[in-house]
Design a protein. Sequence first.
Lengths: 80, 577
Amino acid sequence: MSSVKERLNAVFQDVFDDPNLQITEAMTADDVDAWDSLTHIDLIVAVEKAFRIKLSTSSVRGLKNVGDFIALITSKLEAG
Amino acid sequence: MNPNKTPDLSYSRLAKQGKRLDASKLGSKLKVALLSDAASQQFVPVLRALFADNGVDATVYEGNFDAIELEALDANSGLHTFAPDIVYIINSTQALRARYYDHGIEPELPRIERVWDALAKHAGCRIVQCNFALPYERPFGQYDLKCGNSLYAATRDLNTRIAQLAAQKNNILLCDVESIAAYVGRREWFDDRLWDMSKTFCNLEHLPLVAQAMADIALAGSGKLVKCIICDLDNTLWGGVVGDAGPHGIEIASHGDGEAFYRLQKFLVTLQKRGILLAVCSKNDRANAVAAFEQNPEMVLEMGDFAVFVANWENKADNIRQIRDTLEIGFDSMVFLDDNPFERNLVRNFLPDVIVPELPEDPADYVRAISALNLFETTAVSAEDLSRAELYKVEAQRRLAQASFTDVTEYLKSLQMKVVLERFPAEKIARIVQLFARSNQFNLTTQRHTEAACTQMMQDEANVIPLCASLSDQYGDHGLISIVVARPEGDALRLSDWLMSCRVLKRGVEDYLMNHAVSIARERGLRWVKGQFIPTSKNAMVKEFYAQFGFESADQLNWILDTQRYSPRETFISAAG
């Protein structure tokens, strides 16, 4: 099973339609051209689908960077 | 209608496709405006992708968020500057909920009507109004419907009143978002987190269903309509093989697994009554196929319901070509239903424009699968739709009669054709708008005029001569079949629109009308008649139209006739009445 980061990377590549995109923990919306409030929603919906989890409004609002995103997904997966 | 209508309406796929769209290869352009009290950004790439699937390059204008009235009422708004061909008004249940708790439901309908009136006044374009998905909360439990003022009951009532009001206004079309939400299921439809975060009004996965319905309405209005359904017989319209089981052994209605086929036939009857033609294309001995309809008492469809009935052992692509030639409609307005994947693929290969839906394995799912494709969108239903099947049957008799005449002149004389030629009458405007929208082949300039535009022509007696012709003959009434719009300009009569239903080709109607047009010019002392040909992918048949009448042209597009050199064509048509 690939890591959460690798799986998340695939989701990013799909949503931003860019096969060369490589995420890093420190990456934020400012680092990706097409990452606006609209694609942010697309991203959350795609993550929920890919990882089969549900993210609450408040947990999504608290995300500062990709590292937070990975931590949030990991905690959701562990809580199962 | 896209023949390869994608069953994959995935949001992520369409959103990506819409963003990387290469519009340079798309033939027709459409200016689309979205006015919404919810976020509309997600609609933009999805709509563009769905329109592109149908060869249309859609430019989308998004009104300011939650500014439906401002955009509509302000004649200088971005919306009016954009000058859209079609405006979609997208309403969200979530925004309605907020307004309802502040002001109740009563201000809603007048507000909607104000927007319609303002758009009709300033924009003069087609207007598509979405209704409201019913909310999920039931504060009164099962008692909710009995108290008309709960949000649920009020929304339901509002939807009904929107539909009633729209029914009185021909320029308003409805997009039934409620039926889409109900089909998906309210539990799946609403995602309140997305509303809270970004004012997205439904679960993104279901947004393409709304966008598809929206696009289908626009496409139907531009003439992309299904006109005929061609059906296979064995295991499509009934269970089993009639050649083996005999007319009483096949499964239909209460016999065997016949319920599923009964349901499909009932659905087809409804479509036929609505004006969609039915045809049979079956590999069978004709006598066996006919016996199934004539002898099985449980059969729903009758021989008389089919405009064309082809049962033989030739390949189906050839048979469908023959059906096309008989009905004189485009391949892209035909749907072919067949349970056999081999036949479906054969038809797809040889006739790529014919719409060939995948049918599910289980006949029990046929109607649901066909209905889900939303193939039968229309923007108007006229009295002539309801009797169109009758017209085509009469036409079939006429063709039989034609076969018995060796001389076409004798035949035309025997028809005793009569034409009523008149300025657009108010009571026929709906049919006129529809003929403008539907005619693709015999159409010189392919202008699609709205009801408002037609009414304006009707009223502008000083500058426009908008004529419509209705034809009848000894076999029956064809109804309104041709439109010619003439405009006196300087020393010429300019023919800005000329179109005719292909049902009445080769009868001399066009000769009769040209004689008339030239005589109008002469009566008014106009020396010239000018015509224009605007080529499309479908109107090649009228490329030489003006040349036939002696018009001259330098570019094959703009034509001019000297009325002094025109000798009237002989016709076998008389003026009715």
